[in-house]
Design a protein. Structure first.
Length: 292
């Protein structure tokens, strides 16, 4: 992978990592599905009126919007609300790496290099280690929800790859049209009108800043960058880069909302980074891919 693309990947994973504790701040006063619905409504509007629809089958746009908005982020936010800490959520979502590598082999006939297999094993050891040494009992439902969202993310990666979309930013804007109504409907089905009561007064600075961060950095910028990398490189090359998200997620959770990180956790994070480095290593130079 070219250095400029690697830098982009690190910047994207930094934004996504910081997004987890900021989401926790927003969830203190807003229903998780309502919060997610507001995020995607603002990600789509008003830009959708000024940006031309991407030149791909509309079914790809709609499918990605539903899976990405409701299946991934709606579920993640609900999982955090029911008891999974933001740092652990940023960790569990990395199961998508292994799902995505599997899709790459099955659907795109990609080959996993020995270095990638070794890197995946190291990363899995690190992920398992962090999960096993966490203090406190996280809700089983919450953990299952985050795993489900990881699967949804991997499916979203496949949709991007299958669509062959070139207009990545336009794709994200148009896809963001589809999650809000299902998300608001889910909130109403689960909690009735209570999910929306007091919403205006709940939108204080602690809620507004995370929403703006999610819309313009975590959605517009980060998914433009990530999906651009998916367009330019094999799934098996891009997917392992997301293993940096828990590194940034756990660190920023410690700084922003006071989560504690122990020495064993630091050791496991170092193992994850070692796995990532092993997975990216190549003896021969990578092809000079380019994206627009």
């Amino acid at each position: 992978m070219l250095k400029k693309h690697l830098f982009l990947a690190v910047l994207v994973t930094l934004v996504w990592g910081v997004n987890f504790p900021l989401t926790k701040l927003g969830l203190r006063s807003i229903d998780p599905f309502v919060l997610t619905g507001i995020r995607f409504a603002l990600a789509a509007l008003p830009l959708v009126f000024f940006i031309k629809r991407p030149a791909v089958k509309f079914s790809y746009v709609a499918a990605y919007g539903f899976i990405f908005g409701l299946g991934m982020w709606g579920v993640i936010n609900y999982g955090i609300q029911v008891g999974v800490s933001p740092g652990i959520a940023s960790l569990l979502i990395q199961l998508s790496v292994f799902f995505t590598l599997g899709w790459g082999v099955v659907l795109f006939k990609e080959k996993i290099r020995p270095a990638q297999m070794a890197g995946a094993l190291l990363a899995l050891i690190g992920l398992t280690g962090i999960m096993s040494i966490q203090e406190g009992n996280h809700a089983v439902l919450g953990v299952m929800l985050i795993v489900l969202s990881a699967l949804a993310w991997s499916v979203g990666n496949v949709i991007i790859k299958k669509s062959g979309v070139q207009e990545i930013f336009a794709f994200m804007v148009w896809a963001s049209l589809f999650p809000p109504i299902p998300l608001f409907l889910t909130a109403w089905l689960m909690h009735g009108s209570a999910a929306f009561e007091g919403l205006a007064t709940s939108l204080d600075l602690t809620a507004i800043l995370p929403i703006l961060f999610q819309v313009y950095l975590a959605t517009h910028f980060a998914y433009w960058g990530w999906n651009s990398l998916l367009k330019a490189y094999p799934l098996s090359t891009v997917a392992p880069l997301s293993l940096l998200i828990p590194v940034f997620g756990i660190t920023s959770s410690m700084l922003i909302i006071g989560e504690r990180i122990s020495t064993p956790n630091l050791i496991c994070i170092a193992i994850i980074i070692a796995g990532l480095a092993a997975g990216l290593y190549r003896r021969r130079p990578a092809p000079d891919y380019a994206y627009r």
